[in-house]
Ligand binder design. Sequence first.
Ligand SMILES: Nc1ncnc2c1ncn2[C@@H]1O[C@H](COP(=O)(O)OP(=O)(O)OP(=O)(O)O)[C@@H](O)[C@H]1O
Length: 319
Amino acid sequence: MIELEGLTKRYGEKLAVDGLTFTVRPGIVTGFLGPNGAGKSTTMRMILGLDRPTAGDVRIDGTHYDRLPDPLTRIGALLEAKGVHPGRSAYHHLLCLAQSNGIPRRRVHEVLDAVGLTAVARKKAKGFSLGMSQRLGIAAALLGDPRILMFDEPVNGLDPEGIHWIRTLMKSLAAQGRTVFVSSHLMSEMALTADHLVVIGQGRLLADTSMAEFIEHNSRSYVRVRSPQRERLLDVLHRAGITAVESGNGALEVDGSKAEYIGELAARNQVVLHELSPQQASLEEAFMRLTAESVEYHAHSDTPAPRQQWGDDWKKGRS
Ligand SMILES: Nc1ncnc2c1ncn2[C@@H]1O[C@H](COP(=O)(O)OP(=O)(O)OP(=O)(O)O)[C@@H](O)[C@H]1O
């Protein structure tokens, strides 16, 4: 378990992390999300004692990182994939880590095998691709067989097979009862991997909730209906007090009613339906909506900012 209480970090004028209080629990994958510069890496560095908090506190299973006996056997972390001596082989990098932390040599072979690097174990790290470096970083995190694992952008640089492997690894680590805390900008991947989400913006906590609740509370759900008897359907819905908006491709979008109810209404009034599908926004849309106001760095373009786009879409119906 990782517990943060009022965790704060100031760099001069910049408040990078602003009073974060949350708990990362065992047995599930907790996703850590936030726009660029939100303070995710700073938070993770403070968890590992690499940065000293300006205020507040963070504990690993009740103890500060500095006071953990054999820290690698308590918490394993991937922060900076390229943080390996370039002249060292994968095997020697892991062996040095193992020897300085009282971890048996056989564990080096086990983790190299687990991350699929056995064949290149004797190659120097400077020749590694970003994906191979990520795998080596993950091997280092697993080395002490810790109960808590923390990964900063672990899928960065990985190919689809590697991304799938990471997803399976995170889920299996959590299923073993471990605490898994992972940051990522890849929303589609996070939606498939995380059970719980902690979202921050400009250093502040924006959400600490289950994935399902996060999407439900931060996105619009509606029912898409398509009928060859459109006018008749509109009339039936109108008489039932239901508002439908055109979606621009012949379909109608209905907010605030269940698909079952709309289907029954249509059947009762002998309206033929070609489509009746509940629509739920993606994690990406929910994330953009929640964090729209705390995005620090965004490109200027002619496209409206996410929040405006959404507001307008909701009223007019999407085109
Ligand atoms: N050593 C430092 N000195 C000064 N400012 C820093 C330092 N480290 C981070 N910051 C600032 O603190 C803020 C949070 O940075 P951080 O790297 O933690 O964000 P992040 O959420 O990990 O971003 P990204 O998603 O882009 O990796 C940023 O504004 C950053 O510029």
